[in-house]
Design a protein around this ligand. Structure first.
Ligand code: ARG
Ligand code: ZN
Length: 849
């Protein structure tokens, strides 16, 4: 059986809803498989846009419906209901029955380890009751929850409670996607915050009683830091009496910004030194900040429709990036954000799933919670800020909050505040929102009579549905460095607006070396003929930390490329450059650690495909291994000294400074381990009092084919901790030898605690497999087949999670015909699977197109 072609939704078809919902009152009578939801809505026809009274609704059993107290019989379909309605204000009432316990999609109201919780963004509210489930319909919610639980939570402020019930009222009109309900046997980690205008806010992090209670302290501090930061940097204050965070084990995404009741994947809020790495702490801090910042950029000002998703996500990611930079190193944070863009986002932009930051159409909106909408969306904010300057950015943001508070806004509204503040025409800038694909900027230069000129040519390749691309406005930051290493022209922002433009710099005594695209000033690919000597020069001398890193990364890629395709020996210029950086104690340890990061196998495969080759996953794997060994040898005099110097004394603290030292120490350990057979790593594993050092030591041992005993001990020690067990599952796959990776993943699915219903656990195995480049792309096709089988099984339970994981196949056209044939077979089998979800079928369809 084939699946019916699902409907495509277009931005151009946007039309406001035909009614206003002035207030909504919901009553929940909780029961595992027969929860009753009674909705009462004050409805008023929208005189400007008359239309049918259509309410979304999916998987609901309608018990009764009334208009103004009189029973009605609406037309009910699988997507919702339509009812004849008066041409004047009226009261709509309906009761439905739903089954949270059997809701494995984790969308709408579901149960997770005995607690009830909700996830409504984007379109999950329609699985709770009949409602205009669209972000431009905003209403004031009052919620009554009846259920035999000690804790009953919803949005807004509590207005009453007693044995078995609680009532909540949210004074801020909101779209349905921000609705949330939680009920369970929970305990709170409390806190308080006083806003800058003197309002006291009660804060809580809610978890199940038990070990999770000891993992809330960091999250609470992160929340307070975020609240202070948003007041200080954006002038935004919190606006309710209470702010609740709940940790949920089964959750499709990271977290959700429901008004006053943020729901978090437990992996994104719970932290302790023994169970969480430094990277976990930083990520948790950033996600708590992100969700908190949504209170203004997302909730107070929301999106008119889901095409505008980047309006809230791009801006909120940009804000959380600023926040994280403020907690530690802006340089390192920028390098990491840029690196993620250049690997994962450029890949999305270059493949079958490419889409604009503001898509013009979609089949299933959940498939557009992507790195393009989020991270490229944040880059667009960063470019705007660069183009208009910090002061105008601050003014534009103030105007945005003032003008659009309470609105469901659009990208046009967003750009208009910048135009109004600066007088600048952002028509060309808007193309960044509408055009998919990564622009390429080809650079050539010339030096004549003391004048250096740079010629920049931009070009964007076609992407699905967009054959022709127009030139963009590209903020292009440049500095010039003399051959002596001295900076002769400090950073200047060039604006490339034409297809080709030349910029000149006069009064120079000798030809400088250009430092291009400083701070990753625009998400573009640089095309330039350069030499390893110049890369090494910039790696040593650039004053821009991002470009220094970028030069090292480019040099490492070039070196690796020669090693992989020509069996060359590693270039000494790269190894000597690294040695100089490692020895330079004036450099931040975290910066030195990122300088040691190597390009991933996946990026190398991309580079090979880009230059017309066909990547051989095993050759890439061996090339990287060879460089790791060569590096360890070349740096063997430095690594032990660094390892010793970077030990952090005293009790563990996740602060950026200590984390940076541990990161560098563990990079040194990885080199030491290549030479000492694992002695130092085994010692660190035994001695470690924190997860960062523990799991890093274990990983280093596994890298050299050891660590079996340590892995078993780790597994046994943490059996009861789901989050640490996820780490063990993930590491076991990630560190398997290429020829064992698929077998290892398959074997892990037989473990008693492998649970495909838990997205974290599923991802720990299959996400790790997808990232195990040489293992996943094993020539036998076993990796493709295992992934395909499990995606098919998962899709029947949890379409969102399956669709997301299907991106493992995004790059399949890079590989040889034999591999492609197997992937095609796997994807076609999935596409033809009986009852395949709209989510997965859209993804597979795009990848096969
Ligand atoms: N708005 C949430 C966040 O960024 C993401 C929730 C998305 N959920 C989903 N099912 N698509 O922060
Ligand atoms: Zn978000």
């Amino acid at each position: 059986m084939t699946n019916a072609a699902p409907q495509t939704i277009y931005l151009k078809d946007y039309r406001p809803f035909g009614y206003h919902i002035d207030a909504v009152h919901l009553t929940f009578k909780l029961a595992p498989t027969a929860t009753r939801v009674i909705a009462r809505m004050q409805v008023r026809p929208n005189a400007d846009y008359p239309g049918a009274f259509f309410l979304h609704g999916q998987e609901l059993t309608l018990i009764w419906a009334k208009i103004d107290g009189v029973p009605v019989t609406p037309d009910v379909t699988a997507e919702g209901l339509t009812c004849d309605a008066p041409d004047a204000p009226f009261v709509w009432e309906a009761e439905v029955e739903i089954s949270p316990d059997t809701n494995t999609a984790l969308e709408g109201l579901y149960t997770s380890n005995g607690m009830y919780c909700t996830q409504c963004e984007a379109e999950g509210f329609r699985k709770i009751t009949y409602y205009p489930d669209r972000p431009d319909v905003m209403s004031v919610f009052t919620v009554r929850i009846e259920g035999d639980f000690p804790v009953l939570l919803s949005n807004g402020n509590p207005v009453g409670q007693d044995e078995g019930w609680a009532e909540w009222h949210d004074p801020w009109p909101k779209p349905a996607y921000l609705f949330a309900l939680v009920a369970g046997d929970l305990v709170n980690h409390p806190g308080t915050f006083t806003t800058k205008s003197g309002k006291d806010v009660e804060l809580n992090i809610w978890v199940r009683p038990g070990p999770d209670e000891a993992k809330c302290a960091f999250g609470m501090e992160a929340l307070k830091r975020s609240m202070t930061w948003d007041e200080n940097v954006y002038g935004r204050e919190y606006d309710l009496d209470i702010f609740n965070i709940v940790a949920v084990d089964d959750f499709n995404m990271g977290a959700m910004e429901n008004k006053g009741l943020n729901v978090f994947n437990s992996s994104c809020v719970l932290a302790s030194p023994e169970t969480s790495t430094d990277a976990n702490f930083e990520r948790i801090d950033a996600i708590i900040a992100h969700e908190y910042f949504h209170n203004w950029t997302g909730n107070r000002i929301t999106c008119r429709d889901w095409f505008q998703l980047c309006l809230k996500e791009g801006l909120t990611v940009f804000r959380d990036q600023q926040y994280t930079g403020d907690q530690g190193s802006h340089a390192v944070k920028r390098i990491e954000d840029a690196s993620l863009m250049r690997s994962a986002q450029f890949q999305e932009d270059a493949g079958p799933l490419a889409h604009p930051v503001r898509p013009a159409s979609f089949v299933e909106i959940n498939n557009f919670y992507t790195i393009t909408v989020y991270e490229k969306g944040a880059e667009l904010i960063g470019m705007l800020k660069r183009l208009v300057g910090d002061a105008a950015y601050a003014q534009a943001l103030d105007l945005y909050f003032e003008r659009h508070d309470g609105d469901a806004a659009t990208i046009e509204d967003w750009l208009a505040v910048f135009e109004d503040v600066t007088g600048r025409d952002l028509g060309q800038f808007k193309r960044w929102y509408e055009q998919a694909g990564t622009p390429r900027v080809a650079v050539s230069d010339d030096f004549t009579n003391g004048t250096y000129s740079l010629t920049l040519r931009q070009h964007t390749r076609p992407t699905p549905g967009q054959p022709d691309k127009a030139p963009l406005v590209i903020p292009f930051a440049v500095g010039l460095i003399a051959p002596s290493g001295a900076e002769v022209v400090p950073t200047q922002l060039l604006e490339l607006t034409e297809e080709e433009q030349t910029f000149t710099f006069g009064g120079l005594s000798e030809k400088p070396v250009p430092s291009l695209l400083r701070d990753f000033s625009a998400p573009v690919i640089l095309e330039r003929d350069t030499t390893n000597a110049e890369r090494a020069f910039l790696m040593a001398n650039d004053t821009d930390p991002y470009n220094r890193w970028q030069a090292g990364d480019a040099l490492a890629s070039a070196v690796l490329m020669d090693m992989i395709t020509e069996d060359a020996a590693p270039d000494a210029a790269y190894l000597d450059g690294l040695a100089a950086i490692l020895r330079d104690d004036s450099l931040d340890p975290a910066f030195r650690a990122v300088m040691l990061d190597l390009p991933s196998e996946d990026e190398l495969a991309r580079d090979i495909a880009e230059t017309g080759g066909v990547p051989d996953p095993m050759a890439i794997y061996h090339g990287l291994e060879a460089l790791r060994v060569a590096r360890a040898q070349h740096l063997q005099d430095i690594s032990p000294r660094i390892y010793a110097d970077m030990q952090v004394a005293g009790p563990y603290s996740p602060d950026a400074k200590s984390a940076g030292k541990r990161r560098l120490a563990n990079s040194a350990l990885s080199m030491i381990t290549r030479l000492d057979g694992g002695v130092a790593a085994a010692r660190q594993f035994e001695a470690a009092d924190n997860m960062t050092n523990k799991i890093s030591a274990l990983a280093q041992l596994m890298n050299i084919g050891k660590g079996e005993a340590q892995s078993a001990a780790f597994r046994a020690d943490w059996k009861a901790d789901r989050l640490v067990t996820d780490k063990w599952f993930g590491l076991t796959v990630a560190r398997a030898a290429p020829e064992d990776a698929v077998g290892t993943a398959a074997r892990l699915t037989d473990e008693p605690d492998f649970d495909m219903g838990n997205p974290n656990r599923f991802r720990s195995v299959f996400g790790a497999l997808a990232n195990h480049h040489a293992g996943f792309h094993d020539a036998s096709g076993a990796g493709y087949r295992l992934m395909g089988d499990w995606l098919g099984k998962l899709d029947a339970k949890n379409p969102q999670a399956a669709a997301r994981m299907s991106t493992a196949f995004e790059t399949w056209r890079r590989y040889d015909p034999d591999r492609q044939a197997i992937v095609r077979e796997v994807l076609e089998a999935l596409a033809g699977q009986d009852g395949l979800s709209r989510d997965t079928s859209e993804m597979v369809g795009r990848m096969l197109a």
